[in-house]
Design a protein around this ligand. Structure first.
Ligand code: URA
Length: 207
């Protein structure tokens, strides 16, 4: 994706008032990283620190994400990190379905522009963006095809911080990412436009 296109998208996000989350934000958190990354991570939504800094995953969960990335030889600059919703939900509550729907065009534009080889949804909300009825128990660590996109859901780093037993699972799931990247190819630009005709989640097939 051209940097100028990404910047224009970020400006549109910054001016967005499509849902009530815009009322409480300090600033939008569109996402950041390499606009042509092969690997994209999608979290849930900004928290306190993200809302203040305008960058995703800069708090405790972000430190763990950095650490997990370092464990597979990657830095944040080499991947793209975004969220399902671009504004902080009040008191870090779950994003509501209408808020997710209002923000959906931005994430889908980011994905279509970046065209990553592999998308790693972090936690339930990002996973359900692709597989609406997914549970993390069933979906984590399982590679799936969602339209043209290869997805590989893992636990949210914040969940692993709350529940230590998930951390080992998360590390093991991350350890498979380099191999998955090596085995996969970028979807073609034609595949992106084909996706526009398909409602999300209709072409789900477990690999
Ligand atoms: N948790 C998320 O899901 N996203 C962030 O950006 C930070 C924490």
């Amino acid at each position: 994706m051209e940097l100028a296109d990404l910047q224009r998208l970020n400006e549109r996000i910054a001016g967005c008032h499509a849902c009530r989350l815009s009322e409480g934000r300090t600033q939008t958190v569109p996402g950041d990283g390499d606009a042509n990354a092969e690997l994209m991570f999608i979290g849930e939504g900004p928290g306190f620190h993200e809302d203040r800094q305008g960058r995703p995953f800069v708090g405790q969960a972000g430190k763990l994400l950095d650490d997990l990335l370092a464990g597979i030889g990657l830095s944040r600059a080499e991947v793209f990190v975004a969220n399902v919703v671009k504004c902080r939900p009040p008191q870090n509550r779950d994003p509501q379905p209408d808020e997710i729907a209002a923000c959906e065009p931005y994430l889908s534009e980011q994905i279509a522009g970046i065209r990553p080889k592999l998308i790693v949804p972090l936690g339930r909300f990002a996973t359900q963006y692709f597989i609406p009825r997914a549970t993390m128990g069933r979906s984590r660590g399982v590679v799936a095809q969602a339209g043209p996109w290869l997805i590989y859901p893992v636990y949210h780093p914040a969940a692993a911080l709350r529940q230590g037993s998930l951390l080992e699972v998360l590390r093991d799931d991350f350890a498979r990412i380099p191999q998955l990247l090596a085995e996969s190819e970028r979807p073609s630009a034609a595949a992106d436009s084909a996706e526009d005709d398909e409602p999300r989640g209709t072409q789900m097939a477990l690999l």
